[in-house]
Design a protein around this ligand. Structure first.
Ligand SMILES: [Zn+2]
Length: 575
């Protein structure tokens, strides 16, 4: 029985019940009814066909597109020289001891460092030079702005498009430790215990700095001469701005007209159990990073004695504006930028058919996913949109005085594709604020007039950085990095390195790194830290009980050795 029959059936049934007397009248009515009914049935059919045909078309499309998803994982890339023949030059006990000495020097960066604090960085440099005499002898060491370091390992062949140099980044400085009593091990003790080395900087990021030097040292001991020139840049103020370190090193490299095949900086780890339903570790390569900006929202009122409140109150106005902003969300996008690359890479690998369907057809599902509250997956939600958070709130001078002035700091993280200015305009519109000159301050009479009770300005003291561009996950440099990760992970973990042992996926870094200073010098900037992390481990970065396993540290050394060897090979293959 067709749907058309079902809809019209009651009208046909009514015919047999009519008496002769009413037949004529009813016949006329029935004719009208039948015409009406056929109009209804026709209309209903159309409505249903508008629903059903697209529905089955979409289902058919989803089944087809999901069944034809194919893996984007690149094969494992073994270096041309067996990794063990090089890393056998590493005396692991000595390497761990060197790493511990790096942790023991408390290179905490501050915006206005004292002479003594600056001397700590000089001590750190001396330690590096003493511990790596071969690296000191064979590489060029440039001291930049007194405390930052730029090392150059000259390649054997001239620089051309197929033999561009590569750049490894790390930073010497660390963030403060907070209350040392909350640490299980002294934060600057560099203690080795139960397979871990503990202390501030083990993850962020003296581990990577030391592993880069160990890898160069191991290659030098193996009498390896790279074909491609390798630079290592170690800034000293990444945690406070990067303006005195990375920015100054970048200026020097820019003046030399350098371009790099790729740049590796700190970034995302190899994570276990951090993507729902995926049971193998995932190595996340940050192909972009969010921008960051601080805005000041300021409100003004006339003030007066608290016993006679009247008119506007700066704190009330500011509270209303902040509350409105908290309810406002930026547009969510799953089908553009790094998050789209991430989902399309994970989709074919997901064991669940439902998840493969959703992730592999994200354009169809993104509206529904965008309705989910951020609390469902705060980290992932932050990847899909620009976010803002009120981080400080100030107002009022005394308990019995009406406030004349109140202000709040809004920390904004901007997704690639948007801009600081665009977000400022969006927020201003959302809360009815007037954008004022960035240099305006509380004492400026031009700022905060009665016709502009709410103003918004860009804070000049903060780290205001535009979002980065997006490095392609289809470039040969990305594939080299991916293949190297897969090989080294297998090497380090004794697996057979099949694609199911580890997934490699592009992703977006939420924080800002030194790599933004070098953005004009390479199209391939990757933010990746070859460290395995479990849920809870990321909290140790900038938190208490920062630590790294010795196995991971050794893996990091192997990773940089393999990367250097593979990068030389990549140049040869492209000719
Ligand atoms: Zn860092």
């Amino acid at each position: 029985m067709s749907i058309r029959h079902y809809v019209t059936l009651p009208l046909w049934m009514s015919h047999g019940l009519k008496s002769e007397t009413f037949t004529r009248v009813h016949r006329q009515r029935n004719t009208a009814d039948v015409m009406a009914s056929s109009r209804i049935s026709c209309c209903s059919t159309r409505i249903l066909s508008f629903i059903i045909v697209p529905f089955f078309s979409i289902v058919g499309y989803l089944i087809y597109s999901t069944s034809t998803l194919s893996t984007r994982q690149s094969p494992s890339l073994a270096p041309p020289i067996a990794l063990d023949s090089v890393v056998s030059n590493v005396n692991h006990t000595a390497a761990h001891a060197r790493f511990a000495s790096a942790i023991r020097i408390p290179t905490v960066s501050k915006l206005n460092a004292t002479e003594e604090e600056r001397r700590t960085f000089l001590r750190f440099r001396s330690m590096l030079q003493e511990e790596f005499p071969l690296v000191l002898e064979k590489l060029e060491w440039d001291i930049v702005n007194e405390l930052s370091l730029l090392l150059k390992w000259q390649g054997s062949e001239p620089v051309d498009d197929s033999n561009l140099p590569i750049l490894f980044l790390a930073h010497q400085d660390v963030v403060p430790v907070g209350d040392p009593e909350r640490w299980d091990f002294p934060p600057f003790g560099g203690e080795i215990n139960n397979g871990y080395i503990h202390g501030r900087g083990t993850l962020d990021m003296k581990g990577m700095l030391m592993a880069q030097l160990e890898s160069v040292d191991a290659l030098l001991k193996a009498r390896y001469q790279p074909r491609r020139t390798i630079y290592l840049a170690f800034g000293h103020d990444e945690e406070v701005s990067g303006k005195e370190g990375a920015a100054r090193i970048a200026e020097i490299l820019e003046k030399r007209g350098l371009r790099f095949e790729f740049i590796i900086d700190e970034g995302l780890p190899i994570s276990h159990g951090m993507f729902p339903g995926i049971n193998v570790p995932i190595a996340w390569i940050g192909i972009a990073e969010k921008g960051v900006a601080d805005f000041t929202i300021r409100t003004r009122s006339v003030g007066g004695h608290a016993s006679m409140p009247f008119g506007q109150n700066a704190i009330h106005t500011l509270s209303d504006a902040i509350a409105r902003l908290a309810k406002t969300r930026a547009i969510t996008t799953f089908s553009e930028g790094p998050v789209a690359h991430l989902l399309s890479t994970i989709a074919p690998e997901h064991p669940s058919m439902l998840m493969r369907t959703i992730l592999g057809n994200i354009r169809i599902f993104e509206y529904i996913l965008g309705l989910l509250p951020p609390a469902v997956a705060p980290g992932f939600a932050a990847m899909t949109r620009t976010t803002w958070a009120t981080t400080t709130f100030n107002g009022g001078v005394a308990a019995n005085v009406l406030p004349r002035d109140a202000s709040a700091n809004i920390n904004v993280r901007i997704r690639p594709g948007e801009s600081i200015r665009g977000v400022q305009e969006f927020i201003a519109k959302a809360i009815g604020a007037q954008i004022v000159n960035e240099t305006a301050n509380a004492d400026d009479p031009r700022d905060g007039s009665d016709d502009a009770p709410v103003t918004i300005s860009l804070s000049l003291g903060g780290r205001n950085t535009e979002p980065s561009s997006i490095s392609s996950p289809r470039s040969r440099a990305y594939k080299l990095l991916e293949g190297t990760i897969r090989h080294v992970f297998a090497f380090n973990h004794g697996t057979n390195s099949s694609s199911t042992d580890i997934l490699v996926a592009p992703s977006l870094l939420m924080g800002a790194t030194d790599s933004t200073a070098y953005k004009s010098m390479s199209a391939n900037i990757f933010r990746f830290q070859p460290v395995v992390m479990y849920p809870g481990d990321p909290d140790r970065i900038h938190g208490v009980n920062e630590r790294i396993s010795l196995k991971d540290y050794d893996g990091m050394i192997n990773f940089f050795v393999a990367l250097i060897l593979n990068a030389d090979q990549m140049g040869r293959q492209s000719q």
